[in-house]
Design a binder for this molecule. Structure first.
Ligand code: AP5
Length: 249
């Protein structure tokens, strides 16, 4: 397996000395915090592409290949897919042209090795990283996840109680049936939350130490939460639009 940075950073071939500092916004928080919901609202408002590793892995899991079968089994158990596979998946996406002006990461990084790899790649490509942690009390998470429904085609996110579709179990946008994610069963949710505490939560310290961590209150309606996050993104986008060379960073 080649180093992630070799894949992501160098492979993109961007000239960090001449491009403006694009910002990578990393949405963090436990399962059910609302990362996917907020990523979509941010993309709509700020026109940034979403890089959602969970969605990407679920697409891979649909394929009839050894990798697809492996990923499907890992997702169903609520475990983390290996860092090596994530490196491959994320590299291609971040090197896409639409990510040159910045992006929203939903679900990545989730381990310290992933965070280090993203760091290196961002440095090589002259991007800044801003992390937004969505705080939600533990007891609300389970309620949000067990009531979640997803559109089979466009991945729009609904909730039976908090964001019901206009017609029962049907997507408002494209009329496709909604489904319950296989990993939204109570026992699998507990396993995912446990892994979040063990592997992902320690990353917050890592970003806090370098003053790139914002925490927002994730309670209230999705619109309430969005207005808190949008304020941060608007502020950081202004700060990030200056031309700076890597030597000044
Ligand atoms: P992924 O798809 O990323 O899932 P997750 O991290 O478990 O996060 P969730 O999608 O469960 O929660 P969310 O915070 O996005 O909440 P949402 O907005 O949907 O990953 C799935 C799996 O892929 C992982 O378990 C792992 O196996 C693998 N994977 C992915 N990335 C990986 C990585 N980097 N490394 C290794 N493995 C990886 O909201 C939840 C519900 O609440 C919805 O119904 C929504 O409508 C509702 N809701 C949202 N906000 C509000 C609000 N303010 N008020 C009321 N309801 C709300």
């Amino acid at each position: 397996m080649m180093a992630f940075s070799a894949h992501v950073g160098g492979a993109c071939g961007r000239d960090a000395r001449t491009e403006f500092m694009a910002t990578i916004y990393v949405l963090m928080g436990p399962q059910g915090a609302g990362k996917g919901t907020q990523a979509q609202l941010l993309a709509d408002r700020f026109g940034l592409p979403i890089v959602a590793t969970g969605d990407m892995l679920r697409e891979i899991a649909k394929t009839d290949t050894p990798l697809g079968h492996h990923v499907k089994a890992v997702l169903a158990r609520g475990e983390l897919v290996s860092d090596d596979i994530l490196a491959e998946v994320v590299k291609e996406r971040l090197c896409n042209n639409d990510c040159r002006g910045g992006s929203i990461l939903d679900g990545f990084p989730r381990t310290l090795p992933q965070a280090r790899l993203l760091e290196k790649a961002a440095q090589e490509d002259g991007c800044r990283i801003v992390v937004i942690k969505i705080d939600v009390p533990h007891e609300l998470l389970l309620r949000r996840l067990t009531g979640r429904r997803i559109c089979k085609r466009c991945n729009s996110i609904y909730h039976l109680e908090f964001k019901p579709p206009k017609v029962d179990e049907v997507c408002d946008l494209d009329g496709e049936p909604l489904f319950t994610r296989p990993d939204d069963k109570e026992e699998v949710i507990r396993q995912r939350l446990q892994l979040y505490m063990e592997k992902t939560r320690p990353l917050l310290e890592y970003y806090d130490e370098t003053n790139r961590l914002y925490r927002v209150d994730g309670t209230g309606t999705p619109e309430n939460v969005f207005s808190r996050i949008a304020e941060i993104v608007a502020k950081e986008s202004n700060g990030g639009s200056e031309c700076r060379s890597m030597s000044e960073v």
